[in-house]
Design a protein around this ligand. Sequence first.
Ligand SMILES: [Zn+2]
Length: 338
Amino acid sequence: MCTKHYCHIVPPYILEALAKRGNSSCKKALNDSQRFLERRRTVLNNLMVREFEDGNGDRFIYDSQNKNEQRVALVRQEGDDPTQDETANKAYETSGFVRDYFKDTFGLDSIDGNGLDVISNIHYGQAYNNAFWDGDEMTYGDGDGEEFTNFASAIDVVAHELAHGVTQFLSNLEYQSQPGALNEHFSDVFGTIIKQKYLKQNISEADWLIGDSIVTEAFPGVALRSMKAPGTANEFDSQPDNMADYYTGMSDNQGVHINSGIPNKAFYLSCLEIGIDDCGLIWFETLKALFRTADFNDMLDTILRVAQELTIAGKVSDSSVDAITHSFAEVGLTQVMV
Ligand SMILES: [Zn+2]
């Protein structure tokens, strides 16, 4: 049992900034997101915790037919031939790739480790500028074509959102302040790893961007975020890459999409030293070992312990502990000795 999480790929401050410039679809997405969040909160208040139904990790693709509703019409399920709708086929392919990555790499049986069916809703709303995981399924808009497009086709977006599901079931990090920034961080970590695997890129070929393929030419930037250079992906990107610039404001659930830039940069630096596969295993095992209220210091303590254990077990490079220590020190995080 665990509490349900809710996360959108496009952060509220980007939608707000675009809405202020007159993009009505961004304003609509923002309003709809808030309405949806309120509705989910009501459901949560009623349920608080619920049992999730185990399945076979099968994919189900539903077409919302441009309504603001989920599970309207089932258009493709596990094993079915491709449909006429390319968005449905893409959602089927990308969600399967993410599910299989976690299974093949870490032995995780679907998103919850218990064969949860992987449900995707496509064509949600009219020109809806977002995609979200709401606790047990995925939902994708088509984008307005002005600023955003193709949410269900973007492997990093799909992986980022499904990784929120993995986090929900493995450590249940709460979605605010530092635990929330870690929650966002882990989604960017697996979003970028899975994107590199999907595109068959090595770490020097990769762009380390999140959401580059969902933004149009008109969008004022190249992506939503950059793990290599936090704060540079677009005009509104205020992600810090060091604790010296830590965001202390209240917006964005106390900066969950903002302060995630700090551990994101540490992940990027660690990958340069020990590679993405060793980092993937270390980060995955760390996620399993974390807990709901874990902050950045807990993350560092845990990841160093996990890296040491995996090194002793011969599963990762001997230099893993040093690499992670350097990388976190580079972003202003060092272990607090008590
Ligand atoms: Zn997210």
